[in-house]
Design a protein. Structure first.
Length: 191
């Protein structure tokens, strides 16, 4: 093979390689990113009230433990099981965590067998009331999913069962433990 033919084939190979690298590969990467964006699940928040409109929060863990917070002109106040005035931002962190609770995956659009998911006698419940909303919206939490990364849940306004991240259980347990140990923003100690 002569030098001219080798040089010509090399130029053609470089031209095709450059075309592929800059145009085809870039197109495939953009197409892949677009597909990922389209397939990314849209998270549906459970409590979509504006934070400044929330006036009442109730937490129930089983049938024995209940915590009830109300907002008044001075800020948040615990009214059950103790009557304690918190500082102005006492519940901000907790509220942020609760407002970020999102539906991870839908399980059943209309379930009549709540016992299957542990929702016939929920282990945890969070009720929030905003100005003008009657009755409050309640999130009921049932059994852990077998992977232990999600929890079966439903709201008070539907028989639809879905899953939420298991971190929500930790958030509620932390509030209950703060109360038991007299710690946290309502008791003037760190969390």
């Amino acid at each position: 093979m002569s030098f001219k033919k080798t040089f010509l084939f090399s130029l053609i190979l470089i031209a095709f390689g450059g075309y592929y690298y800059f145009f085809e590969r870039g197109f495939m990467e953009r197409k892949g990113e677009a597909e990922k964006t389209q397939k990314a699940p849209e998270l549906k928040k459970i409590f979509n009230f504006p934070r400044e409109d929330i006036i009442d929060i109730r937490i129930s863990r089983g049938s024995a433990e209940h915590i009830h917070y109300q907002r008044n002109k001075k800020g948040w106040q615990m009214v059950e099981p103790l009557l304690i005035q918190g500082n102005a931002s006492a519940l901000d962190g907790f509220l942020e965590d609760v407002q970020n609770i999102s539906e991870v995956e839908s399980v059943s659009e209309h379930s009549l067998n709540m016992a299957e998911f542990g929702l016939d006698n929920p282990s945890l419940a969070i009720a929030m009331k905003a100005k003008g909303s009657i009755p409050p919206k309640t999130l009921f939490l049932g059994n852990d999913h077998p992977t232990h990364t999600t929890i079966y849940a439903r709201t008070s306004d539907s028989l639809r069962v879905f899953m939420v991240g298991s971190l929500v259980r930790w958030v509620i347990d932390k509030e209950c433990e703060n109360l038991k140990n007299k710690r946290g923003p309502f008791f003037g100690t760190g969390q």
